[in-house]
Design a protein. Structure first.
Length: 698
């Protein structure tokens, strides 16, 4: 507002709404004096300094020199680019990149609007705080963590990135806990930011009951590729179950390795690797690394071109299930697939498609190996009549060639040849017709749609020369009932002729709400040479009845119920129900599954399980939650249960939960675990895992 110039002392003084700009920095104050001879700026009253990098500093008084790079301030407060803030009784600015503050406090919590003097949820107080902008790090000396103004933790030294950098070397937040398998354990890792394109993490988990587990990971990003290599290694004991007997395995080298890579070769081709290996079946679950049952190792290349797709890949599997269903998985060396799709309406008013594939399955030792090559050519068209009749016409032809060695049937029957060759061909056509009828009301429209399909195909003789490797788990349901071939793979073909029919009805609200009911069945004209196995729902001339009931009511309800009923007596064969719902502060859901046992198969026991979960928000910040899975099978009982309480605040979150798992000890899963997670905004999360109290053979 006013400006005075003391020419004798070379001091310029500005008073009222002062703004001084220099080297990208903006200084605002009620009063500013600038000594041209010493390049010293003294600012008083409502002082605000805006850095070019985005930080903002407030002070009662500022004195800056050397183009405002160095200086001194009292009553300083700072607002960082990530929203965090700090305050100090006084501070010294050094070299334009370092701010040293005495009796300082740091927090990422916003002040209370109604009571700004109220202590924040958490804050770090220290005798000295150094904000090094060049290192992009905040350092604390004699620091204490205060929760609601109460000190809860002390450390002589602590540091963390200042929020202006995405990558910074340093120790990561540690993990600690208790576990019946591991004992008291502590995990600490160091993150090394090598450069902008690569980093590494190395650390260890130490425990009272087992030897230390060393952990490491390396990641690198190239111009058109990315690579990640990680794993762990230890030397410890484990439990193993063989033929129903659990025994102790002593002093073994154990560990895991994981490799992920992706290379974008050009705009059409990419290649990659996804590989994972573990030393034994219990390791991943015992050390809380993963709950996977089967590890997949894949090396692949893919091509994308318009609607066309091609891939070549090799796969190897490691079955780490501890149940008696564990099997030696075959390797795929290699698999080649290509899919081509024509333009719509360009071929006889429809569209053509072609699929080509080749596969080689390899097993260790004298177990069965298989090679397969095949090609398929098809065409389809959709017609809509003036009366609303919707008709789909589909036709296809297919040929496959097989070579099998070390055949399984040869080991059972000595008279069978050890190897075989086979070639087969198959043609098929299908006409599917539906007639959707709609009646509109004020707020909803009703839809009734009968649908029927006639499928005609040539006869394919099923014999031992063609093994069944990929079509063993086919089950009829509402999703695949009208498919021309309802097998899940290529080794089996649904041949000959059948008719499929069903009825779909729905209520569709104009507000997006929707409910639908579907019921259908198929009828096979020939009873001879049925290719389907017992339990599929398709092993008789009349298939089982399948249906689906769905309801979608926005956030209030999303329910899906699928069922399979025996065609002879309507007895239940399979039920699956999924439910998700939100009623005000309550969010809940669950899943129910029932599958009848099939005598003479691997699944002779009837399976029935119910899983449920719920979260209730006591207020916008506090919530309680729980989940459970109960098994109604032969060994009926609770399998898992988890419950807890949590808080999600603006700058702080915490959750505590307990989980009970009931399995065999040799799985590494059984026990009760208590988890605690504490998250402080900008500082990271502290988490305990695995306070295991008990275990059960059940």
């Amino acid at each position: 507002d006013t400006l005075e110039n003391d020419e004798n002392n070379q001091i310029v003084t500005a008073v009222g709404n002062v703004e001084l700009i220099q080297s990208g920095r903006i200084l605002k104050a009620d009063r500013v004096s600038y000594n041209l001879a010493t390049d010293t700026v003294r600012a008083e009253g409502n002082v605000v300094l805006n850095e070019a990098t985005g930080e903002t500093y407030f002070a009662d008084e500022f004195e800056l020199t050397d183009q405002m790079k160095d200086g001194f301030a009292t009553g300083i407060r700072g607002l960082l680019t990530d929203g965090a803030r700090f305050s100090a009784t006084e501070g010294r600015r050094i070299g334009g990149t370092k701010l040293v503050m005495d009796d300082a406090v740091y927090t990422a919590c916003e002040p209370c609007k109604d009571n700004p003097e109220k202590p924040p949820v958490w804050q770090l107080a220290a005798s000295e705080v150094i904000h090094d902008e060049e290192e992009q790090r905040i350092i604390y000396r004699n620091a204490r963590l205060e929760m609601l103004g109460v000190p809860v933790l002390y450390t002589p030294y602590f540091s963390h990135p200042d929020g202006s950098v995405k990558q910074k070397s340093g120790f990561l937040v540690p993990g600690f806990g208790f576990d019946s398998e591991l004992g008291t354990n502590y995990q600490q890792e160091y993150y090394w930011a090598i450069d902008e394109s690569k980093d590494a993490t190395i650390g260890a988990m130490v425990a009272t009951d087992v030897n230390p587990l060393l952990l490491g990971e390396y990641r690198q990003r190239f111009e058109n590729a990315a690579l990640s290599i990680g794993g762990g290694i230890t030397y410890s004991d484990r439990l193993d179950t063989s033929a129903g007997i659990t025994e102790q395995k002593n002093d073994e080298v154990r560990g895991h390795l994981k490799v992920d890579g992706l290379w974008d070769i050009n705009d059409k081709w990419r290649a990659g690797i996804d590989s994972e290996w573990v030393s034994d079946d219990q390791y991943m679950r015992q050390y809380n690394i993963s709950a996977q049952d089967i590890l997949e190792n894949r090396v692949y290349a893919e091509r994308f071109s318009g609607r066309n797709y091609a891939t070549v890949q090799t796969l190897a599997f490691q079955d780490i299930r501890t149940s008696n269903r564990q099997e030696d998985q075959p390797g795929i060396l290699p698999e080649i697939k290509a899919s081509f799709i024509g333009e719509p309406n360009q071929t006889l008013g429809g569209r053509w498609h072609a699929n080509v594939s080749a596969l080689s399955l390899v097993r260790e030792g004298n177990d069965q190996d298989m090679g397969r090559a095949g090609a398929e050519l098809g065409w389809e068209r959709k017609l809509i009549s003036d009366s609303g009749l919707v008709t789909k016409i589909m036709t296809s032809g297919r040929a496959d060639a097989y070579y099998v060695s070390d055949r399984d049937v040869a080991s059972v029957t000595a008279a069978r040849s050890n190897s075989s060759k086979a070639v087969r061909g198959f043609i098929q056509g299908q006409v599917e017709t539906s007639y959707p009828m709609v009646n509109r009301f004020e707020n909803v429209q009703a839809v009734l749609e009968p649908v029927a399909a006639l499928t005609v195909g040539s006869n394919v003789n099923v014999n031992d020369d063609i093994p069944n490797e990929d079509s063993q788990d086919t089950v009829v349901d509402s999703m695949n009932l009208f498919e021309p071939d309802r097998f899940s793979g290529l080794d089996r073909i649904e041949d000959r002729s059948r008719v499929t029919y069903g009825l779909r009805s729905a209520l569709e609200g104009y507000n997006g709400y929707r409910g639908e009911i579907f019921l259908g069945q198929s009828y096979r004209f020939d009873s001879d040479d049925n290719p389907f196995t017992a339990g599929s729902g398709l092993d008789e001339k009349e298939s089982d009845y399948v249906g689906q009931i769905t309801a979608q009511l926005g956030d209030y309800l999303d329910a899906n119920y699928r069922f399979q009923l025996d065609s002879n007596d309507f007895s239940s064969q399979r039920h699956e129900a999924d439910l998700q719902s939100s009623l005000g502060p309550l969010i809940y859901g669950g899943r129910y599954f029932y599958g009848v046992g099939l005598q003479g198969t691997e699944v002779e026991e009837t399976r029935e399980q119910l899983t449920g979960y719920a979260t209730y928000y006591l207020n916008p910040e506090w919530y309680v939650f729980g989940s459970a899975r109960y098994d109604f099978g032969i060994d009926e009982g609770l399998r898992t249960a988890r419950y807890g309480v949590g808080y999600n605040g603006q700058c702080f979150n915490v959750a505590a939960s307990a989980q009970r798992t009931l399995t065999r000890d040799s799985t590494g899963d059984s026990g009760t675990e208590i988890f605690l997670r504490i998250g402080l905004k900008t500082l990271g999360e502290f988490e305990t895992s695995g306070l295991s109290v008990n275990s059960s053979e059940e």
